[in-house]
Design a binder for this molecule. Structure first.
Ligand SMILES: *[C@@H]1O[C@H](CO)[C@@H](O)[C@H](O)[C@H]1NC(C)=O
Ligand SMILES: *[C@@H]1O[C@H](CO)[C@@H](O)[C@H](O)[C@H]1NC(C)=O
Ligand SMILES: *[C@@H]1O[C@H](CO)[C@@H](O)[C@H](O)[C@H]1NC(C)=O
Ligand SMILES: *[C@@H]1O[C@H](CO)[C@@H](O)[C@H](O)[C@H]1NC(C)=O
Length: 335
């Protein structure tokens, strides 16, 4: 048996690598939190110089068996707090009725998706040279370090999830994990697949569709040559401009380096390797219109096992009417 003193030293060593706290109460929420919330920082990069902040909600089902899901934050400079509170991921939401002035109150979220073990990670809230590829590498390092400290989760099925701009970085993170498993990096990760919503995927495809939808009014074949806006849109764009993110820090946004213009090749590769992939789209989205998402899915030439069909919620056809961040608009249909 390990002497107690030695055990203590080992535990202390582990705590040096990252700082984590179990949060028992939060301002604006009455009483103790009725779920297990851990928050903290994990250092990544040379000398752990970059400290990534995360929330970890332990599953309210059976944490020892439920999947582990890593939710990535949206666009550059955007906090993952957005997903946690507005996109109904986490077990809390704002209680607008009872909030006074700038003192928000929190209430339990009936649409919480915490029947799984869920991290929400601020994956690229940093100033120095942060880019798509670096962010993916750091996110993988975060996962390795966090799991290293929590071996009880080694065998849980692992999924990576996110929406919007994470459509670019997320498939690269999945590829990193897959390559790491192949190269027998520790700890082994039980990677099963990934989930993306209204994903930025290929800046050229997305931007063309976005603008064409607006200016060409759905008519792309017999273009009215007098509609100069539409004609301009049909030309190829080189620069990218996806700048309409909410609750995001403009300074960090401007410092972010977009060095990957398409994640399509990662999807192609990962799908071939047999990972499970769920792609959903809010249909009322002018930024990443679902037609562009359908367009690139079709370009992968996959075989169709089961055709589109309506599905129902409260005896109504469901799945229509959501905006860019679908779970924000349709929480019940999305969880
Ligand atoms: C950021 O990138 C620039 C140019 O590539 C380089 O000169 C600089 O050393 C980098 N800074 C850090 C902190 O990595
Ligand atoms: C474009 O505008 C010209 C001049 O106003 C007009 O003669 C022509 O019929 C228009 N073309 C279409 C397709 O509307
Ligand atoms: C945005 O980020 C910069 C750089 O980290 C920081 O100085 C600034 O205070 C942040 N702005 C807001 C509104 O949080
Ligand atoms: C899909 O099929 C088209 C037409 O046959 C082909 O040009 C394209 O390269 C294929 N794409 C992939 C990803 O296999």
């Amino acid at each position: 048996m390990l002497p107690q003193a030695l055990l203590l030293v080992i535990l202390m060593n582990i705590n040096v690598a990252s700082t984590s706290n179990i949060i028992k109460t939060l301002p604006g929420f009455r009483g103790d939190l009725p779920f297990k919330l851990e928050t903290g920082y994990v250092g990544v990069g040379a000398m752990d110089a970059v400290q990534l902040f995360y929330y970890f909600f332990e599953s309210e089902g059976s944490p020892e068996y439920d999947p582990l899901v890593l939710w990535l934050n949206e666009g550059p400079g955007c906090s993952t707090f957005f997903g946690f509170v507005y996109e109904n991921l986490g077990p809390l939401s704002f209680d607008y009725l009872n909030s006074i002035g700038n003192k928000p109150k929190l209430k339990l979220n009936p649409y919480s998706r915490t029947k799984m073990n869920l991290w929400a990670l601020d994956s690229h809230m940093q100033k120095l040279n942060i880019s798509d590829t670096l962010s993916a590498v750091q996110t993988y390092e975060f996962l390795r370090k966090w799991l290293m400290d929590q071996p009880k989760f080694y065998n849980n099925p692992l999924y990576i999830a996110g929406d919007s701009y994470s459509g670019i970085t997320l498939p690269i993170v999945v590829q990193e994990i897959s390559d790491g498993n192949r190269d027998e990096h520790l700890p082994p990760m039980n990677l099963k697949g990934y989930v993306i919503g209204n994903p930025v995927t290929d800046t050229q495809i997305d931007r063309n569709y976005r603008s064409m939808k607006r200016n060409c009014k759905g008519e792309y074949m017999n273009v009215d040559l007098n509609n100069t806006l539409c004609v301009d849109d049909l030309e190829v764009y080189n620069e990218r401009s996806i700048k309409e993110w909410e609750i995001c820090n403009k300074t960090l946004q401007d410092l972010y380096i977009s060095d990957v213009s398409s994640s399509l090749v990662y999807h192609e590769n990962l799908i071939k390797q047999g990972y499970r992939v769920l792609i959903y789209s809010g249909d009322h989205d002018m930024n990443i219109p679902y037609v562009s998402t359908m367009g690139w899915i079709e370009s992968l030439n996959l075989t169709v096992d089961s055709r589109w069909k309506p599905w129902f919620l409260h005896e109504q056809v469901a799945g229509l009417g959501a905006g860019h961040t679908a779970p924000e608009y349709k929480p019940e249909e999305c969880c």
